[in-house]
Design a protein around this ligand. Structure first.
Ligand code: SAM
Length: 278
């Protein structure tokens, strides 16, 4: 399964759903609770899993703009959202959905925001899931400065924080995790990636720009499953590219990680941030 393919995003969606930090989501929901309508822009939307996770928490009328550079993901988003909704019909280039009493319009934007992200005017909330560990510190600075100019709140979910730990413990767990964290800092199209530091850095930069971030952990606790196998295989593949660990040793770690009885924890962090005076 390739990096951000619709198949991979579908495989991870149930684990993401379980992992999203309930306290952070509750604060986001409270922030918008008094409004009848909200407009949201989801950056790096993939097939729209943030929309599916957040729709029930947000006001009855929702306008979503899903931004991604991958045409295959946006095509899959249209199909998956249509199947997910109670009713779905085309609206212009996008969709009009009804789901559990919510009326949701969806626009699909194909855009590469590697240099700079753009969002529709007067959007009420920017969201992103599993995105910010890909971006660079400089990109985060530019992004938060643009956000702060408009005083727009941000809900950033599932930013990988570099924690990879196995239970029961394997003697190579720490070495694999350290090597994977080094690999995470490679350029993913946004400049040298902030990787494992991204979540901490994002909260610092938000605070410096006048936001009051409310953060919490959102780890995956992976048991014997295809998601565990795919995740461990992806980690081993990245570590192999670094040359840090000999291939046969890495194979041993992979085999012993993908066994019934093993739990692999992959750390993430969620944060909701609004301006202090809001
Ligand atoms: C790890 S996936 C997360 C997808 C989705 N948010 C989710 O949680 O299922 C990262 C997404 O960011 C998109 N992406 C990565 N780099 C991008 C860029 N430079 N411009 C626009 N989208 C990008 C990918 O196509 C992919 O859909």
């Amino acid at each position: 399964m390739s990096g951000f393919s619709p198949d991979w995003l579908a495989l991870r969606e149930p684990a993401d759903r379980l992992a999203r930090n309930r306290d952070v989501l509750a604060v986001s929901a409270l922030y918008f609770a008094a409004r009848p309508r909200v407009s949201v822009c989801d950056l790096g939307a993939g097939t729209g899993s943030s929309l599916r996770a957040l729709a029930e928490l947000l006001p009855p009328e929702q306008d979503w703009t899903l931004v991604d550079y991958d045409a295959a993901n946006l095509k899959a988003a249209r199909e998956v959202l249509t199947a997910w909704a109670d009713t779905a019909k085309p609206q212009g280039e996008g969709l009009l959905l009804e789901k559990s009493g919510k009326r949701i319009t969806v626009r699909l934007w194909q855009q590469d925001f590697g240099r700079e992200a753009h969002w529709p005017e007067s959007v009420d909330l920017i969201t992103a899931s599993a995105l910010f560990d890909l971006v660079s510190a400089a990109w985060l600075e530019r992004f938060v400065a643009a956000l702060a100019k408009e005083r727009t709140p941000l809900l950033a979910m599932l930013t990988a924080n570099g924690e990879i730990s196995g239970h029961p413990y394997h003697r190579l767990d720490e070495q694999v995790a350290a090597s994977f964290r080094r690999h995470q800092t490679r350029d993913k199209g946004f400049g040298p990636s902030a990787g494992a530091d991204a979540a901490r850095l994002l909260e610092e930069i938000l605070t410096e720009n006048g936001y009051r971030p409310v953060g919490g952990e959102s780890p995956w606790m992976l048991k014997y499953s295809s998601l565990l196998t795919e995740t461990a295989t992806g980690i081993a593949g990245a570590v192999a590219e670094t040359g840090d660990i000999p291939t046969d040793t890495l194979q041993e770690w992979l085999m012993q990680t993908c066994l019934p009885g093993k739990t692999l924890t992959i750390g993430h962090r969620d944060v909701f941030a609004a301006m202090i005076s809001d």
